[in-house]
Design a protein. Structure first.
Length: 394
């Protein structure tokens, strides 16, 4: 089964396809892996992954929780999902019953993709949301291939069960949905031997049209070309967390009255959030990676979701040296000190909280008399705010 949820309402909506691949049949330690299989030059160098299933689940649950009943604009209209993990993944439906997700094989993805494509194609004001987390390979500046569960089954056509991302993105220009977003959490490097061959031949789920059609489109990838993507063992990736938060983070228009998530804001917000230390403060330190995004805009505008008011801005405040946090008392107020937005007593961790959008003053004082206090004017803005206050000993 690939359909997790469908509203059934006949009106423009956001339609999502989520693919997570952690279990690979033919890679090392996979269910069908054969050591020394004749003609197999890649499987040994590719491993099983633990974070994509957790990330796909988090993305599905985040979409279902945060986007089904948005006031004043588009809401989630449907969710298709396929996930390959060590054990079958089950998501809870509206009636409390479990919805088992089909495996992310090429056949499973084709079924889910067809259902998603048709829903997106049902109205020009629909929003198409695509998310993939798993192995990825990119040879030089060539197209990125998204590897599915049965990649490697045919050693003579090893990447047939992988998806050509470039062809998918360009081919979606044929779809009626004018707003299209693609989020890809996968590596963009390749084994050296692939550079010596003609390149990989991944499956094209769509054939790009000869004449491009205007679309409001953004493609956000978790890492730069030629580099690896990273995720915690069995945990949710920073990229997934950043995507979910960015989709819920609108930016105001020139009047300051309308708040919208657009194809112009999502990519830059994901990049800022991935570099923000307050996103996953409790996570084990991961290697740094910088997301890459590209966007196209038309006169139609690229609004995904709209909100009636500004959301609170998450912040992360720290001190330097860090040991001074144990004596630091924090206060965040408006610049006229008329309203207290938030405060915190001394703790050993940085202060993470939320504040209204706009001008504010952050103040830090110290209980033991060892350090000097300090206050700074700060502008609170989406999608996050970070400030490290350098303090000196008395």
């Amino acid at each position: 089964m690939t359909t997790v949820w469908e509203s059934g309402l006949d009106r423009p909506a956001a339609h999502a396809l989520v693919i997570g691949v952690g279990a690979y049949d033919w890679f090392q330690d996979g269910a069908k892996y054969v050591k020394g299989r004749r003609g197999d030059r890649y499987s040994r160098g590719l491993r099983q992954l633990a974070s994509p299933p957790a990330s796909a689940r988090a993305l599905c649950e985040g979409l279902l929780e945060g986007f089904r009943d948005l006031p004043g604009g588009l809401s989630l209209g449907s969710l298709e999902a396929v996930v390959s993990a060590d054990e079958e993944m089950v998501l809870k439906g509206d009636d409390g019953a479990g919805v088992p997700l089909g495996p992310a094989t090429l056949a499973g993805v084709e079924v889910a993709f067809e259902a998603w494509y048709d829903r997106c194609d049902s109205h020009p004001d629909n929003v198409a949301l695509f998310f993939f987390c798993g192995h990825g390979i990119q040879v030089g500046r060539g197209p990125q291939a998204l590897l599915l569960q049965d990649t490697g089954e045919n050693v003579r056509d090893y990447f047939r069960a992988a998806v050509d991302l470039h062809a998918l993105v360009e081919g979606m220009e044929m779809n009626s949905a004018r707003i299209q977003c693609f989020f890809v959490d996968a590596c963009r490097n390749a084994p050296e031997r692939l550079y010596e061959e003609e390149g990989l031949r991944a499956t094209r789920l769509l054939t790009p049209p000869r004449r491009p059609r205007a679309r409001d489109r953004v493609v956000v990838r978790s890492t730069q070309g030629g580099t690896k993507a990273h995720g915690p063992l069995g945990g949710v990736t920073r990229f997934t967390e950043a995507v979910l938060r960015a989709l819920l983070t609108p930016e105001s228009d020139s009047t300051g009255r309308a708040w919208a998530v657009t194809t112009e804001t999502v990519g830059k917000f994901v990049r800022e959030l991935m570099a923000w230390p307050g996103l996953r403060p409790d996570a084990v330190a991961m290697p740094e990676q910088e997301c890459d995004f590209s966007s196209l805009s038309t006169s139609q505008g690229g609004v995904l979701f709209s909100f009636d008011e500004a959301p609170p801005v998450p912040f992360h405040f720290n001190t330097l040296p860090g040991e001074s946090l144990l004596a630091a008392e924090w206060a965040l107020t408006d610049r006229g000190h008329q309203e207290l937005y938030a405060s915190r007593a001394p703790m050993p961790e940085p202060w993470i909280g939320h504040s209204p959008v706009g001008p504010a003053k952050v103040e830090v004082s110290f209980t033991d008399g060892r350090f000097r206090g300090r206050s700074d004017d700060i502008w609170m803005q989406a999608p996050c705010r970070d400030r490290t206050v350098e303090v000196q000993e008395q």
